[in-house]
Each structure stands twice: as structure tokens, then as C-alpha cells.
Design a protein around this ligand. Structure first.
Ligand SMILES: [Zn+2]
Length: 125
């Protein structure tokens, strides 16, 4: 019998409630992302969900060029969260070209094409 509520659904369901939850392995204590049924570090199956601190740093960043009539340039980045997992996302609230590697960022739940997604903004202070 198939589990109707796989790890991706759990993640998306939490996002829809405004929460960024990360899968953590009870066996080795490591976080991972994307959500998986088995821990990618030790292959343990005892995965539990913890709310993310939402804090991280820009690991890589790039500017995707787009004509102004199509919405203008935008940023695509990889953020490494304090929990040690990396997420493809984008940083909003500043010009795409001003997103810098190692910049401190904070996650929030935004929306892309009608689906809740994890986005980032520059951390305050
Ligand atoms: Zn593990």
C-alpha cells in the first residue's frame, strides 16, 4: 500500500500553513533536503520534521536576465540554511545583482505560480 502522505506532501502542507519544516534523521541527527523517505546520510528511516530557523547564507547566486516586459531580471540562488541543507530559491527585496555570496538571509514563505515556496530576504542588522 502506498503512503498517501509522502515527504514532499508533508513539506508542501507545512508550507501552505506558513511553516518551513525540514526533515531530520533521528538516527544520525542530520538534516536533509529535498525530503526523502530514507536519510541520505545513513539510510535510516526514522525521519522527523523540525521547524527551520529560517536563517542561512547565500551559497551561490546568479542573475537571470529577462526583458523588462517579461518582468525584468531576477535572482536565482542556492542558500545554505543553518541546519546544513541547501535550497534553490531566490532572494527578494533587493536588486538581483546585489545578492552576494555569504550574505545572511532569512527564509519566508512566498508564492510562485500559485504554489507556496520558500523564498529569502536579506537578514536585518
Ligand atoms: Zn541519518
Amino acid at each position: 500500500m502506498q503512503d498517501a502522505k509522502g515527504p514532499d506532501q508533508f513539506f508542501q502542507h507545512a508550507l501552505a500553513n506558513g511553516e518551513i519544516s525540514l526533515p531530520m534523521c533521528e538516527d544520525c541527527g542530520a538534516y536533509h533536503f529535498f525530503p526523502r523517505v530514507l536519510c541520505p546520510h545513513c539510510y535510516g528511516a526514522a525521519i522527523s520534521w523540525r521547524q527551520s530557523s529560517g536563517k542561512g547564507r547565500v551559497y551561490t547566486t546568479t542573475v537571470v536576465r529577462r526583458k523588462p516586459e517579461h518582468g525584468g531580471d531576477y535572482n536565482v540562488c542556492m542558500v545554505e540554511l543553518d541546519e546544513g541543507v541547501r535550497m534553490m530559491s531566490r532572494v527578494e527585496g533587493i536588486a538581483p545583482g546585489e545578492v552576494a555570496i555569504d550574505m545572511a538571509v532569512t527564509a519566508f514563505v512566498g508564492e510562485a505560480e500559485g504554489v507556496p515556496v520558500v523564498l529569502f530576504k536579506p537578514s536585518e542588522g
